[in-house]
Design a protein. Sequence first.
Length: 336
Amino acid sequence: MNQKSNQFKKRKKRIRPHHSRTHRITKAVRYFIGLRIIKLLFSLPSFLPLARALSLSKIIVKIGFPFAGEYRRQALENLKLYYGNEKSPSEIKKMVEEIGIDATKGAFETIYSVSPRKEEIYSTIFIEGKEHLDAALSKGKGVIALSAHLGNFAVMRGKLISEGYPFYLVIKLPRDPGISQYFKKKMEQYNLRFILADPATVSQKEILRTLRRNEVVCLIIDGDQKRGGVPLMLMGQKIAMPPGPAILAQRTGATVLPMFIIRQKDNSQKIIIEPPVDLIEDKDQDKAVALLCQKFAAILETNIKKHPTQWYWINKKHAPPLLRDKQKKRSAPKDF
């Protein structure tokens, strides 16, 4: 009886809360307006050169900074938590403005990458370490590109595809079906290959098929997994890193390449492809996966520290992680 009661409680927790009709209508209106604004922004390349759009970024942030609300507060809290007394309040505030400017430029560049003006951005992106990617693909087991919310990884995908690489980015689309369909249509129109992260079982199978075809799968791994995950420290904060990339690497033999795109002072960008990550051999699979995730985190942190204003600081990384399954077995899904 107790066992059945516990099972019922677990199922009950997964039930989504019922929202009022007013809440649903407000949400629908917000998405409706949001889609119209997005379509308007995507019309910019038809009359405005990319360089001009980028020059507006600083003005937009200066005007919008006081109204940024939660995003501004979140970035301030995360930066204060990490830097402590190392930086003054004025320095932290300046960093938040720079983060906003970089993010705004990234949004413009993403829009222009799915327009007839896409070469205006791709022609200013340079690749460092291409030999590592070529060598990895020559092994025939596929490549796992590890990246983070550092720089414009969506544009990195477009540039590498334009260079002839079979590159797929694993992404999450907005919840609203209309906005999601619009983004999918744009990416498909310009041959920007992607794998949807949800549902997870479908995503896992597609990632495996892609690696078996000896292609590149790019995974953004600096998120905080809500359930399970490998507990570790990243930029002074506790997160639970998804174990999937480490499990994939151990099980498939695919080469793991850290890969980032960094903005330069003149607004050109550089894709940095680092040497392959050595895997960890250990009879204890859980231990090997945990140690490999820690190695991944160290690589991310090294690159974030070099370019802190290009990282996505507005996530609620400062909050304590949710309760996780203690030492939960992190074996690969059956489909792996």
